[in-house]
Design a protein around this ligand. Sequence first.
Ligand code: SF4
Length: 193
Amino acid sequence: MRALYRRLDRRITSFRRVSGLGCPPGCGECCLSPEVEATVLEMLPLALDLRRRGLVEPTLARLGPGGEPPRPCLFYSPAPLGAFGGHCSVYPWRPLLCRLFGFAAVAGPEGRPELAVCGRMRAALPDRTRAAAAAVLAGRLRAPLMRDWSLAAYRLDPALGANPLPINSALKQALERVGLEQGLRAQPAHGAR
Ligand code: SF4
């Protein structure tokens, strides 16, 4: 997944350079949606980083028992009181949708790629957004296709990469897996003294 994220980041950087699109400074509006989804596979790099930092149990405690309605991502840090926006506190480890949102295309009604435009970006950069959307639709500009990147991840591990879940649920499952694996490794082999 980490190699796939690196490849995607290069692709998005190139798209951003050519299109001139970018998030409005300090905007974290998309992180506030409880509808951000990821697969367990996409959350494994973050789970492994949290394990490396000894934060599996504290993070699981913050996530709670599960089963409640989806909440905004645990790792969004709002700006101090009264200030606009916020930021992602796990930026290098964020999942696919967090990387692609605003810079990717989806298949339109006729199967042609259409830029999935972010409303905040459209408001901040109306001319660039309009030009980029038109260029993608006309085939003059290639935006990363959401479906292609989801499929590339799925192919790495179909069992863990098949089901998008609310982001906090996907993280919880990823943490439980890496925590369990660590616990198993720490146990002495059967019969050992
Ligand atoms: S992982 Fe980061 S970018 Fe993605 S929703 Fe959470 S705070 Fe936002």
